[in-house]
Design a protein around this ligand. Structure first.
Ligand SMILES: C[S@@+](CC[C@H](N)C(=O)[O-])C[C@H]1O[C@@H](n2cnc3c(N)ncnc32)[C@H](O)[C@@H]1O
Length: 145
């Protein structure tokens, strides 16, 4: 799924990777696009998206994702997370500064906030996994109740 103005690049990247036969493309806005039959997906990947939106929008997004997943289905969120105090790590804090400069509502959120959204949105068994690499990317998973 990608915004109409961007999806051509998405298609080109998938083609370059030779993965055309593994993708169906859905063009639209995550907040109102038709994802088809409710409760029909096993897994939803939400990669580097939540930092673009404010808290209220993210809770709406998580609820939409929950509706799309079958009971027991999983959400996997990847994002750059700060500490709970918001005082580091340095790459995360610098990224947050960039979000303030280039987006209207973007910011980075600590794990407790994702956990809250997932709980409110219909997920349980929320877990976090720090991903290897120079940036503080975190994988957060939850299971649809
Ligand atoms: C930081 S990029 C992450 C791209 C990719 N998921 C990744 O992890 O490499 C955020 C992507 O979300 C898309 N995006 C932003 N707002 C969106 C929305 N409302 N609905 C769908 N996609 C959106 C942007 O066009 C952009 O490609």
């Amino acid at each position: 799924m990608e915004l109409p103005g961007v999806i051509a690049s998405t298609r080109a990247a998938v083609r370059r990777a030779g993965l055309d036969d593994q993708y169906e493309f859905v063009e639209g806005n995550a907040f109102d696009v038709d994802w088809g039959e409710p409760a029909s997906y096993d897994l939803a990947l939400v990669a580097n998206l939540c930092h673009l939106f404010d808290g209220e929008a993210n809770l709406r997004l998580v609820r939409r994702v929950a509706e799309a997943l079958r009971p027991g289905g999983r959400v996997a969120i990847v994002d750059i997370l700060p500490t709970e105090r918001g005082d580091g790590p340095r790459p995360a804090v610098l990224y947050a500064l960039g979000l303030v400069l280039r987006t209207g509502s973007g910011r980075i959120y600590p794990y407790s906030t994702f956990r809250h959204w997932l709980g409110e949105g219909g997920f349980e068994d929320t877990r976090r996994h720090n991903l290897p690499g120079p940036y503080p990317f975190t994988l957060i998973t939850g299971r649809r109740r």
